[in-house]
Write a protein that binds this ligand. Structure first.
Ligand code: ATP
Ligand code: MG
Length: 423
């Protein structure tokens, strides 16, 4: 196809108007035209489907379509094809609306001459080209924009992922750091504990060892001259010193085990009342002092799921403290109180009491109150009690008045296994 020839599709049912337009075109001799003339819109649409045109001259009142619908349908069939609308004198308003609907220009029949027609055709083609280029660059811009958005989204997602993995790495490291710090603290505590144990134990060992040594030497040299009663007294001294040393060693071992996290916790169903009765009887038998332990049970006794070994440690430490720190003898009240979901052990003495300032540190290992005087002890008993209470997820409280007495109250859940599973 020769690109210098302008191909025009004329849609006009008025043959006189069509001829006139053909003549105007012939008059414009500097341009080459090829004109295809049809009379109906349907024909025009079919022709457009088959052939290429540079411009369409479109009458608005055709036999098969009138008014603006003509423009709309043509524009839909060939969106890039410039449309010049042909209107009557009274159709200016419609012609202007046609421009809004996609026509490039309009010509008023009866007011057309050759120059006007050619100029309208050229301008329409030019405007349509410009519009097409504009639309193409808009589309390209749109594509670029979409591509850009896609890339931004992709990079944002990549960044988000990196950020997430970085965050989890950071929290992993923080966790590790915390564990390390905790391990260091624990190690420091354990090494402090060891040096404390060495100093306390070596100190606490001296007295009973000296007793054993002196009593055994005396027995060796003088037992023949002594009465049976005196000999027995020295044998008892040796026995009670050995007992004390054994107790000391087992306390240290137990506490060390608890600190190293190696103490086992095995709660099992048990009859707490019977257990306490036996414990009191045992203690009462070994007592050489004027103490009396009175056990009273409140509430309806039920089976409890507790660790018997730890409970023995707990209660015997509290009871032996009550005895030890009540030098004038007297009654130790041991109450067992059953509540709905817990059992409370209350041990009350009328001993020396604990000064207020010492009460907070009482459960720390090796801590002893300022008023202990010459009472023997390592300060490990209550630290062991505290660990035993913690294993059972229980509570311990102390009330005391110097010179009046002390009350230790321990509350343990009846079923600590179930509690542990919940927590
Ligand atoms: P041990 O390791 O032999 O038990 P301890 O009795 O000194 O030594 P804990 O049982 O831990 O150690 O008690 C810590 C301190 O608390 C005691 O030294 C004592 O000062 C004070 N204490 C504990 N129980 C009583 C009590 N019932 N009355 C008065 N003081 C008490
Ligand atoms: Mg004690």
């Amino acid at each position: 196809m020769d690109s210098s020839i302008i191909k025009i599709l004329l849609v006009e049912d008025n043959l006189a108007d069509a001829d006139l337009l053909g003549e105007f075109l012939e008059e414009a001799d500097e341009t080459q035209w090829s004109l295809v003339h049809v009379e109906k819109l349907q024909e025009a649409l079919q022709t457009l489907a088959k052939d290429h045109f540079d411009v369409i001259l479109l009458d608005l009142s055709l036999p098969d379509k009138q008014g603006l619908a003509t423009v709309a349908q043509t524009h839909e069939a060939a969106p890039d094809l410039p449309i010049v609308v042909l209107t009557g004198l009274n159709d200016r308003v419609i012609a202007l609306e046609a421009l809004r609907q996609g026509a490039q220009d309009y010509l008023v029949k009866g007011k057309i001459d050759s120059n006007l027609l050619v100029r309208a055709i050229r301008y329409a083609i030019e405007r349509a080209h410009t519009l097409k280029r504009l639309r193409q660059s808009e589309e390209q811009l749109q594509r670029l924009n979409e591509e850009l958005e896609r890339r931004v989204e992709q990079q944002t997602e990549e960044l988000r992922q990196k950020n997430l993995s970085l965050q989890s790495e950071i929290s992993g490291r923080q966790h590790l750091e915390e564990e390390l710090r905790y391990a260091l603290v624990k190690e420091k505590e354990l090494s402090e504990l060891k040096s404390n144990i060495i100093s306390v134990v070596s100190h606490e060992y001296r007295t009973p060892l000296a007793t054993i040594l002196s009593s055994s030497e005396l027995l060796e040299h003088y037992s023949q001259q002594w009465t049976e009663e005196k000999r027995k007294r020295h044998f008892h001294r040796i026995q009670s010193s050995v007992h004390h040393l054994t107790q000391l060693i087992s306390d240290v071992l137990l506490f060390n085990k608890a600190e190293a996290g190696k103490l086992e916790f095995k709660p099992e169903p048990m009859d707490v009342v019977a257990f306490c009765q036996e414990l009191v009887e045992e203690l009462q038998l070994t007592l050489k002092t004027q103490h009396c332990i009175s056990l009273t049970c409140f509430g309806s006794a039920r089976e409890a799921c507790l660790d018997e070994k730890l409970l023995r440690q707990l209660l015997s430490n509290l009871l032996s403290n009550a005895i030890k720190y009540s030098p004038d003898g007297g009654k130790i009240q041991f109450d067992l109180v059953y509540e709905t979901e817990a059992v409370t052990f209350r041990i009350q003495d009328r001993g020396i009491g604990i000064p207020k300032k010492d009460r907070e540190q009482l459960f720390e290992a090796f801590y002893r109150s300022s008023n202990v005087g010459t009472f023997a002890g390592t300060g490990l008993g209550l630290a062991i009690v505290k660990r035993c209470v913690e294993f059972h997820k229980g509570q311990i409280a102390v009330e005391s008045e110097v010179g009046v007495g002390s009350t230790f109250t321990v509350t343990l859940p009846l079923n600590c296994t179930a509690l542990q599973e919940i927590s």
